[in-house]
Design a protein around this ligand. Sequence first.
Ligand SMILES: Cc1cc2nc3c(=O)[nH]c(=O)nc-3n(C[C@H](O)[C@H](O)[C@H](O)COP(=O)(O)O)c2cc1C
Ligand SMILES: [Fe+2]
Ligand SMILES: [Fe+2]
Length: 404
Amino acid sequence: MKAVEITKDIYWVGAVDWAVRDFHGYETPRGTTYNNYLIVDDEITLIDTVKHDFATYTLKNIAGVVDPARIKNVVINHIENDHATSLDCVMELAPNATIYISEKGKKGLARFFDLSRWDVKTVKTGDTLAIGKRTLEFIETPMLHWPDSMVTYAREDKILFSQDAFGQHVASAARFDDEFEDSDSAAELDDAVIDYYANILMPFGQIVTSKIAEIRAKGIEIEMIAPDHGLIWRKNPRKVLDKYLEMASGKARRSVAIIYDTMWQSTEKMAVPIAEGVRAAGLDCRIMKLRATPMSVAIKEFWKSQGALIGSPTLNNILYPSVAEFLTHLRGLRPKNRMVGAFGSFGWGGGAVKEAYEEFKRMGLQTVEPGIQIPYRPSRADEEACFEFGRSFAQQVAEYHQRF
Ligand SMILES: Cc1cc2nc3c(=O)[nH]c(=O)nc-3n(C[C@H](O)[C@H](O)[C@H](O)COP(=O)(O)O)c2cc1C
Ligand SMILES: [Fe+2]
Ligand SMILES: [Fe+2]
């Protein structure tokens, strides 16, 4: 892809990673992009770099606009590998450029590069950088999603360079939300936003809320949000801000996610009448077998739904490994405002359902107890009990979620 002018004299100079399907263990069926931006003003300024493997792409894109040796400032909003590891390639061509980064960012960056070669200036919230006709303002966003994270606001253009926040893993020839909605669909873009939030930002809901409030209190007008992944928000940047606030507030779909695994299909045979019970209570429902579903997709579906039922057979007294893996993954994401319960088939002593509830308690999630356990194959009567369990669970979910 060539550089794309996103507004007068500001260019997207990033790279599209069409092929990536495993992004640090996170399934990316649509690929992704590493976005960085070049501002052509009296002082030519680059905002972020790209993943190291894509360094030649961004250098070529920059060279299509200006000689990279003329870059005067490099802003590093976030030091994670997918955005900062081409910095050495940029600095090789522009060795006298000044790097602007948060204090924590500088410390972290020193673990990747020998910084003694470069002029590195640390910035904090409220600091500004005048680059000619434009002024850039820095706003630290610690733990969104790394300690060093910050965003850069281009005042005159009203563009928020938001690093990972508001990004989506979508490889596309389109650069903007409206272009993608025309060529693909708004629903697909919405799903990608939820996917990204669920897998990366779920633990940080409170920070999301307070940072957006801080930005709004500053009276900052935003005409464009330019994230480091996926599409740029220009049609209605307010929409994605509101979407984040909604997700952070606990709102979710009137639905129950049934996430399970099975060795000999007995737990699976329980999932079906449970789902019918959920449906009978008027909630939507989706069944996902863990070994047939990428972990990050299961996490997304968990997050989309107001409640989740986790199914596991007992294997050697404990949870089935894929279910344990899912729950461990989920615990790290510190989910809030979701109701959960567990079910499963066992042979003799059992143990999986009990362990699932122990995990729920560690996460502090709202539970419906007891779960439902059935020895070996569910009988017709057991299927009835599963149906009732699903119905009752869904009713409690609907009631619990009235507060959000
Ligand atoms: C290798 C293996 C180990 C098992 N360990 C236990 C166990 O420790 N305790 C128990 O209650 N059942 C145990 N079971 C029995 C299963 O939980 C039982 O067969 C159950 O119905 C399987 O459910 P599924 O069809 O959903 O896989 C074990 C089964 C297998 C194959
Ligand atoms: Fe990141
Ligand atoms: Fe990223």
